[in-house]
Every structure is written in structure tokens, then in C-alpha cells.
Design a protein around this ligand. Structure first.
Ligand code: MIC
Ligand code: SF4
Length: 644
């Protein structure tokens, strides 16, 4: 009999350790590879250390220094030293600062088709470009996976995106994912994995596929995956890793929960307008908006082919006089190849400001726009304020379109530039892993060096019998973790210090939040649809936890943030009726009695509004395991309790 299994179920099936693969049901999967980075990794490492496991129990674990590379004080270099020594001690590869952005480097050097990868970064999904099930998660979940524990998730629905046709000149992989964002929106992927299929797949190279799976994170999707085919083999071979290749695809009659059709040949250059990645329109319809700066880089679009195409567009020309152009090649491999073949000289000659191979401007570390400035970027996120300039406007486009704007000074459909520069994947990439410190063969007695920036791991207390508190803040739909806990050059260095970073919770949304939370001794937050979308930073749960937040009641949650709330003992509740959201106001005093018993008794809790003298119902949607974790005050307490 011919099978009808899709690719997602095949890979999940071979990694399933608990549960039944029925959409919405909790499953647990074995994790083969993990990645952490320097902004999420210090906390994850402290958590891993606390588990007392002598050495990582994965096939490969890597720690990247790529987010916190700006060194305006001791914090970041101290944290890097901590991560490097800890990596040496516990069997983790350490990718040194300068080696590149985690997702780009992981794809180049570590990604293996058919394997699972769990990363403490939302764009870990990039690995789907080589046929991995690669999922972003909070640092604590990744720490557990490093220790050999499984990863728990609700079995997602599988959405087939059937690609037909072929991209026309000047239309890029970025335009494919922007089109999908237009169709599905930033919440359309929640509870779903996107599986790419159809004849269009073979027309896309691995780096192009990786652009698409990378930005699948913006759909809210658990992950995205491409089949592993001859194009995958070609990429791995060029990376000197053909032995890692294995062919993988869905069965011919595979079934899916949903299907979306995209004809690649019909796509045009697209742009995501401020301040959401799904505010997508055709560049030609948005028109020639004046542009102040252009940024080409980030884990979405910093591959060798991306950079070569930009270099070809800029060769012999000059960046428009009123535009500042920055480029950040995604990895040392990319940057070295550009340097060797002369393309870097073309970029510099045209006026590009060359930044190090790191996240940089994508997360507000350097190159912030001028006041009210328009910045055209190849990143994946254009959330308000993320660039470091509160009133800047960020437009997300392909590298081709970004290069066009850099030359003309206005948002430009790149087709206006004329002849399309053909650039193809090189026969072989320049492979030199000298900036990855490999783990020692045996667990070593390396001393882990800690700077004063690293504060002890914060722990929550058990959830009280009655959760009572004031609604400290009521927010609308699509609140991002950048709203909850901003990143940027000033706040990112505090990632290892929860008391210090907690001073910045909701800073840009309501500067009085922290003061009020402290005065009230904690409280509750009310949110709209897709609360906590965006990054995986568990600090967006840890810092509110530190301020005494006990519950968040929202219309719906983003996957990773909900899991982080559970992991740190904050109750994630959803409104049963939309009208109840409207009826509750900031400052209202809410109470949920006998939480422990009620949560175990069923899905519905009664929330009393003491201020208004009313009550409403809220759903917790927690699995049995999650109930135990939340009631214990988080996963660390729960694990400790179990061990005792
Ligand atoms: C991001 O793009 O927002 C980040 C910075 O990479 C985050 C991780 C973090 O906050 O450290 C992410 O995407 O998970
Ligand atoms: Fe780094 Fe930006 Fe990618 Fe996040 S989205 S990993 S900050 S490049």
C-alpha cells in the first residue's frame, strides 16, 4: 500500500517519544541538535547548569555569540567568556563572535535533513531550509533538550504550501514569504507547521528556502520545512558535507490539514510596511517613498548569493547621497568569500558601510535610523521601536529591492533597474571552521568564568491558592515580546540579570508599568489576540514574573511566549467571550479563587472582577503536565519537586 504521510509527520514520527500525533494534542519529541545564542543563552546555560547534567546529551549543541557583540562595557564580553568556558565544560560547540549569525552558520555547518533542532531563538526555523524540523523555544526548554529531555508541544496542523512556476527576474525568495504573510497574517501560522511542496520547490536553492523558513516565524508557525532533494544535496556538497545528505519528501498522496497554492511566476516584488511583517503590498503600489537608510543583512537575507546579487547591482555605482547603506554578511564564510572574489570591494566602493557578521541593526544594536526616518531592510521584523528609534518606519524587502532603494533613494521596484544579475550557488563554499571551538572529547574540569553581570537564576514561588491582583496593563492585539521586554543596544547586555532587566518591562508601552507593578506587589496583564508574538526571549516571562505578575488573560497567545509563561509559573488564560475583554479595564481588581482545584477540575475558570462586581469565564487550555508546572511555580520548581 502506498503511504500518505506528509513530511512533517514522517520526521516528527521518527522522533516521537510521547503522545499521539493528533492536531492540538500534546506530544513530546526527541531533540537531536540544539542552538543557543548570547542573548538567550546565558539564562539557558544557568538553567542547564542547575540541572546537574555532566555533559550535553544531544548529537550536536552549539552556542553562538552573535546578538550581543557590541561591547560598550564589561557585560557582553564577560557573558561571552562565561558562555565559552561553559561550552567547553559541557560539550558544546562555541561559535566565536565574528563567526556569524546563529541561523546562517547553523545552516551552513551543522544542519542535517531529517533531524530535529531546538533553538533558543525564534528563527531557528531557518533549519527547515535543509529539511530539518527546527523549532524555536524558550531557553529553559532548550536547556532541558541539552540535558537529553524531550520537547513538549501541541501537535500542529500541517499546512501544505504548494509551489508552482518559477520566480521571475528580480523577484526573490523573500517575496514568497511576504506573499504568505499577506495571505496568512502574523497569527495565521499559530498551531501549524508549513510544509512546502510542488514543482516550484526544485527551482529554489537551499539559501532561498532558508529565507522562506526563517521568516515563517513571523506567521506564528511552529516551524516550516522543505523536502530534502537534489538541491539540498548540492548545497551540502558545496559545504563539504554531502555525507549528511539524505533524501526526504512526503508520500505522493500525502494528506494535509490545509493547502495554500502559490504560483511563483505570478509574484512581484513585495514590501512589508510599518509596523508589522504582514502589512504586505506590492512595491509598485506603495510608490516611491523617500528612504533614509538601507540595511542588508540579518538571518533572513545574508547568504552568499544574496550578498553577491547586491554587489552586482551596486558595482560601479554610488549609494544615493541621502541614503546610508549598511551591509552585514551573515557569516564569516560569506564575508570571506566576498572578500576573496572582490565583491566586497564593489560594495565598499559603492559606499556600503560594512558591519560585522552579527545580528546588529536587526535587533536595534547600532545603525538606528534618524528621527522619523524611513529604513528599508532585509530583516524579518519591523516592529515599532525595534530599530532603536521609536518613531522610525521600517520596510521589509528582498536584498534586490533593498539595493534598488539604496541607489535611487526611494522605495523602488527592482525591475526598474534593468538587466537582472544572474548569481548561482557556488560549486563549493569556502569552509573554515576555525572560529568554532569544538567541544573536548570528554567532560572537562574547565573553570566556568562568571562576570558580575550574571545574577543568580531567579525562581518563582508556587502559584497561590487564590490569584488576586490588579490589571496592571491592558493592551491590544499582536503585542510582541519587543513590547513586553525590548531588546536593543542598551537593554540586551542585561539579559543575564533579571532584576536589572526587569526595570525595562513594557518600557515603550507604558513607562509607569514597572513602578506600578512594584507598588502593587505584582498583578495581572490583559492582552488581545496573539499576545507575545515574535521572539523566543523567555525574559518576556521571567521579568514580569520577577515583578510579581501571576496571570495573563488574553484573547489568544503566541506559541513560544505561552510556553515561556508556563515554564515560569505564570497562568496563561484566554477569554471565552470577546465582550469580556472589552468589559475589563486597566486598574480593575481581579480574583480567581481555588486556582489549583479549579484548574484540575476542568478547562474553565471563573474570574471575578471585584471592581465592577461582575465575573467572566476564562480558559486555561493547559495539559496535565503544564498544570503541574504552573502550580509548582514553573518548570525548575516542578523538576526539583519531582526529584525530591
Ligand atoms: C529576535 O530576533 O527578536 C531575537 C533577538 O533573535 C530573539 C531572541 C532574543 O530575544 O534573544 C528571537 O527571535 O527569539
Ligand atoms: Fe539575529 Fe535578527 Fe535573526 Fe533575531 S531576527 S536572530 S536578531 S538577525
Amino acid at each position: 500500500m502506498m503511504g500518505t504521510t506528509n513530511l512533517v509527520r514522517k520526521i516528527l514520527g521518527t522522533h516521537l517519544v510521547e503522545g499521539e500525533m493528533a492536531a492540538g494534542k500534546e506530544i513530546a519529541i526527541r531533540i537531536d541538535q540544539t542552538l543557543i545564542q548570547d542573548a538567550t543563552g546565558t539564562m539557558a546555560s544557568l538553567q542547564f547548569e542547575a540541572m546537574g547534567v555532566p555533559r550535553v546529551r544531544t548529537e550536536v549543541s552549539v552556542c553562538y555569540a552573535d546578538h550581543n557583540t557590541l561591547q560598550t562595557g564589561f557585560e557582553n564580553p564577560d557573558d561571552h567568556r562565561f558562555l565559552q568556558t561553559l561550552s567547553a565544560k559541557y560539550g558544546i560547540h562555541f561559535s566565536r563572535p565574528g563567526n556569524g549569525i546563529c541561523h546562517q552558520v547553523h545552516l551552513e555547518r551543522f544542519g542535517v535533513p531529517g533531524r530535529t533542532l531546538l533553538g533558543a531563538d525564534s528563527h531557528t526555523t531557518t533549519g527547515g531550509g535543509v529539511g530539518m524540523i527546527a523549532i524555536g523555544a524558550g531557553g529553559l526548554d532548550v536547556a532541558v533538550a541539552m540535558g537529553g529531555g524531550p520537547f513538549y508541544l501541541a501537535m500542529p496542523k500541517v499546512v501544505q504550501v504548494n509551489l508552482t512556476g518559477r520566480l521571475r527576474p528580480w523577484v526573490a525568495a523573500k517575496d514568497v514569504i511576504l506573499e504568505l504573510l499577506r495571505i496568512m497574517t502574523v497569527k495565521g501560522g499559530v498551531g501549524r507547521i508549513i510544509e512546502y511542496a510542488g514543482p516550484g520547490v526544485a527551482t529554489l536553492s537551499v539559501p532561498e528556502r532558508a529565507t522562506i523558513t526563517n521568516m515563517g516565524a513571523e506567521l506564528g508557525a511552529t516551524t516550516s520545512v522543505f523536502p530534502s532533494d537534489e538541491r539540498t544535496r548540492e548545497f551540502l556538497k558545496a559545504q563539504g558535507r554531502e555525507k549528511d545528505w539524505v533524501g526526504l519528501k512526503a508520500d505522493p498522496g500525502a494528506t494535509y490539514d490545509e493547502t495554500i497554492e502559490i504560483d511563483l511566476s505570478e509574484l512581484e516584488p513585495l514590501v512589508a510596511q510599518p509596523h508589522m511583517p504582514d502589512r504586505v503590498a506590492k512595491i509598485k503600489d506603495v510608490g516611491p517613498i523617500k528612504v533614509d537608510q538601507v540595511m542588508i543583512g540579518s538571518c533572513t537575507n545574508s547568504s552568499y548569493v544574496d550578498m553577491m546579487r547586491v554587489a552586482a547591482v551596486l558595482r560601479g555605482k554610488t549609494v544615493h547621497p541621502t541614503v546610508s547603506l549598511a551591509i552585514a554578511p551573515g557569516s564569516k564564510q560569506v564575508l570571506t568569500m566576498l572578500a576573496q572574489n572582490g565583491a566586497l570591494a564593489d560594495l565598499i566602493a559603492a559606499g556600503a558601510r560594512v558591519l560585522e557578521s552579527a545580528c546588529g541593526p536587526c535587533v536595534g544594536v547600532g545603525f538606528s535610523p534618524n528621527s522619523g526616518g524611513v529604513s528599508v531592510r532585509t530583516n524579518n521584523r519591523n516592529f515599532e521601536g525595534r530599530s532603536g528609534t521609536a518613531d522610525a518606519k521600517i520596510y521589509l524587502v528582498s536584498p534586490e529591492s533593498a539595493a534598488a532603494a539604496a541607489l535611487t533613494g526611494v522605495l523602488t521596484d527592482p525591475r526598474e533597474l534593468g538587466d537582472y544579475p544572474e548569481v548561482s550557488l557556488p560549486q563549493s563554499f569556502l569552509v573554515n571552521d576555525n572560529m568554532v571551538v569544538p567541544p573536548t572529547a570528554e567532560s572537562s574540569d574547565v573553570a566556568v568564568l562568571r562576570g558580575p553581570n550574571i545574577a543568580p537564576l531567579p525562581l518563582n514561588t508556587e502559584l497561590p491558592g487564590t490569584v488576586e491582583g490588579t490589571v496592571l496593563l491592558k493592551v491590544g492585539d499582536n503585542i510582541t515580546t519587543d513590547h513586553i521586554l525590548p531588546a536593543g543596544a542598551k537593554i540586551l547586555p542585561l539579559r543575564s540579570n533579571i532584576p536589572k532587566i526587569s526595570e525595562h518591562v513594557f518600557e515603550a508601552v507604558d513607562p509607569t508599568f514597572v513602578r506600578r507593578a512594584k507598588e502593587e506587589g505584582g498583578g495581572l496583564i490583559v492582552g488581545g489576540i496573539n499576545y507575545g508574538q515574535g521572539s523566543s526571549r523567555e525574559h518576556a516571562a521571567l521579568a514580569p514574573m520577577h515583578l510579581g505578575v501571576k496571570a495573563v488573560v488574553a484573547k489568544s497567545f503566541a506559541r513560544i511566549h505561552r510556553a515561556n509563561l508556563v515554564n515560569f509559573g505564570i497562568l496563561p488564560l484566554t477569554f471565552v467571550k470577546e465582550a469580556d475583554y472589552d468589559a475589563v479595564a486597566q486598574g480593575d481588581r481581579l480574583t480567581i479563587e481555588e486556582v489549583g482545584a479549579r484548574v484540575r477540575a476542568g478547562d474553565l475558570l471563573t474570574v471575578k472582577n471585584l471592581t465592577k462586581g461582575t465575573s467572566f469565564e476564562a480558559r486555561h487550555g493547559l495539559s496535565g503536565r503544564e498544570i503541574d508546572i504552573v502550580l509548582a511555580g514553573g518548570l525548575l520548581n516542578y523538576t526539583r519537586k519531582q526529584a525530591n
